[in-house]
Design a protein around this ligand. Structure first.
Ligand SMILES: Nc1ncnc2c1ncn2[C@@H]1O[C@H](COP(=O)(O)OP(=O)(O)OP(=O)(O)O)[C@@H](O)[C@H]1O
Ligand SMILES: [Mg+2]
Length: 213
């Protein structure tokens, strides 16, 4: 028997034993997550699948720290980008103003923010909406803006909750080009997806069932 030495790659995201229940009224408690584990290695593109209501978004909210788990641990190495299932935006701000605001929050230099913004407009094809207010954007363009904001600071770990649900075919293909480039750069991406047809685009698929992965 021969063994080949595998280079040791340290996980950029590691979550274990995640439990979460929601309370419905006084008596009823719904156990959504019952000890879910998930690991992301550098340069890995992982799909998180499971039926509606299986707890995928709940798990992702816990991973980004937006929701506190009842039990379990999460550790993340490096910068984090997150794109929620429902776009979050400021109605009165234009796309450009969103990028400026997020660039400041990420403490990016003005030059770095502008460069990244230009690349994202080109990669996702929505430059012509740069000066449009968010409340006047279509659902698909809002989804592009949210994805762009998650990518602005070039995060090591990118978590996307059904990012391409509202994308047209051309944007869908651009999206996967962008993900492939991140993989080449050693960046990691976790994507919640429903389409089994996408299976070959992932390095690994994690199934969430009965609260466990
Ligand atoms: N804030 C909340 N309060 C109470 N129950 C909730 C809350 N958020 C989610 N749930 C319940 O927890 C379960 C899991 O919801 P979650 O949104 O995590 O599922 P999902 O796998 O992302 O589903 P989908 O594929 O429809 O997006 C569902 O039964 C949902 O009704
Ligand atoms: Mg969901």
């Amino acid at each position: 028997m021969t063994t080949t030495a595998q280079p040791v790659r340290t996980a950029v995201l590691e979550a274990s034993g995640i439990e979460k229940s929601y309370r419905h009224g006084l008596r009823h408690r719904q156990n959504v997550l019952r000890g879910a584990d998930i690991t992301l290695l550098p340069g890995e593109v992982v799909g998180l699948v499971g039926e509606n209501g299986s707890g995928k978004s709940t798990l992702m909210k816990i991973l980004v720290g937006a929701l506190r788990p009842d039990a379990g641990t999460v550790s993340i190495a490096g910068r984090l980008g997150y794109c929620p299932q429902e776009p979050v935006y400021y109605e009165r701000l234009t796309c450009d103003e969103h990028f400026e605001l997020f660039g400041r929050a990420y403490r990016m230099s003005q030059e770095a923010e502008r460069r990244s913004r230009r690349e994202l407009y080109a990669a996702l094809g929505f430059e012509r909406y740069a000066s449009t207010r968010a409340d006047q954007l279509s659902g698909g363009t809002l989804a592009k803006l949210n994805l762009g904001l998650a990518l602005l600071a070039d995060p090591e770990v990118l978590l996307l909750d059904e990012p391409y649900a509202g994308f047209d075919w051309d944007t869908y293909l651009r999206f996967w080009d962008l993900v492939a480039r991140r993989r080449e750069q050693g960046r990691s991406v976790l994507i919640i997806s429903h389409f089994v047809a996408d299976e070959e685009r992932f390095d690994r698929i994690v199934h969430l069932r009965d609260g466990r992965t």
